[in-house]
Write a protein that binds this ligand. Structure first.
Ligand code: CA
Ligand code: CA
Length: 225
């Protein structure tokens, strides 16, 4: 009887406690580190002379930037051009269908702007956007500014939790755009990540709840006897 009573008390305790959440991170980007040695998972679209290439440390851009070792691992991506042009590298992402507790987009870059300034028309910018599948911008994450040479590598990180929760289940694309309209903007990119963490009950709490419910059933049967 003492055991049943203590089990019943445990059940009450568990039921009164909120079931705490345990976040499980999920990576939404594939080949974000370019370690396949190619653009698998990515789509590359260029205008004019723009080009995105895989760099293993030996790639020499047309600009005076010179070769750079990959930011991480054996490969990264490099945007290069010989005239006014735009290069886009993007990947489709299907957002989670259930609310997330957190979601973060991050990447590493090196930026070498050989023009005297960043910014407005004619554009000279390294920009990162979340877009519709037809390329309409939904959220602007990053537009290059500040120092013209940012050899870094620079880690950029953005909280997109509210965006994801407002667009659950949507298909979008994460797009990196290197626009050199005033010549020689050489940008390197690596370690692209978009993580999403869903809220789920802790297995431990579920097990305790199960024990508690079993205890309550036992108590009820005991009373009937
Ligand atoms: Ca890499
Ligand atoms: Ca290419």
């Amino acid at each position: 009887m003492a055991i049943i009573k203590s089990t019943y008390m445990l059940a009450l305790t568990v039921l009164l406690l909120p079931i705490t959440a345990n976040a499980i991170p999920i990576e939404l980007i594939s080949n974000g580190d370019f370690e396949t040695g190619n653009f698998a998972g990515w789509t590359e679209v260029n205008t004019g002379s723009a080009n995105a290439s895989i760099n293993n440390g030996t790639y020499v851009p047309a600009s005076p930037t010179g070769a750079n070792v990959p930011i991480g691992g054996s490969f990264d991506a490099v945007f290069d051009q010989t005239s006014a042009s735009l290069s886009s590298l993007f990947q489709q992402v299907i957002l989670p269908t259930s609310a997330v507790v957190s979601s973060t987009i991050s990447w590493d870059d090196r930026l070498f702007n050989h023009n005297g300034t960043w910014g407005p028309a004619p554009l000279q910018t390294f920009a990162v956007n979340i877009e519709t599948l037809t390329g309409v911008s939904l959220l602007s994450l990053f537009n290059s500014s500040g120092a013209l040479t940012q050899a870094g590598p620079n880690n950029r990180s953005f909280d997109v939790t509210s965006f994801v929760n407002a667009n659950l289940g949507a298909s979008v694309q994460l797009s990196f755009e290197n626009q050199a309209q005033r010549f020689f903007l050489t940008s390197y990119l690596d370690n692209v990540s978009w993580t999403s963490e869903a809220q789920v009950p802790e297995p431990g709490a579920l097990a305790l709840l199960g024990i508690g419910l079993a205890g309550m059933g036992l108590t009820r049967r005991q009373r009937k006897v």
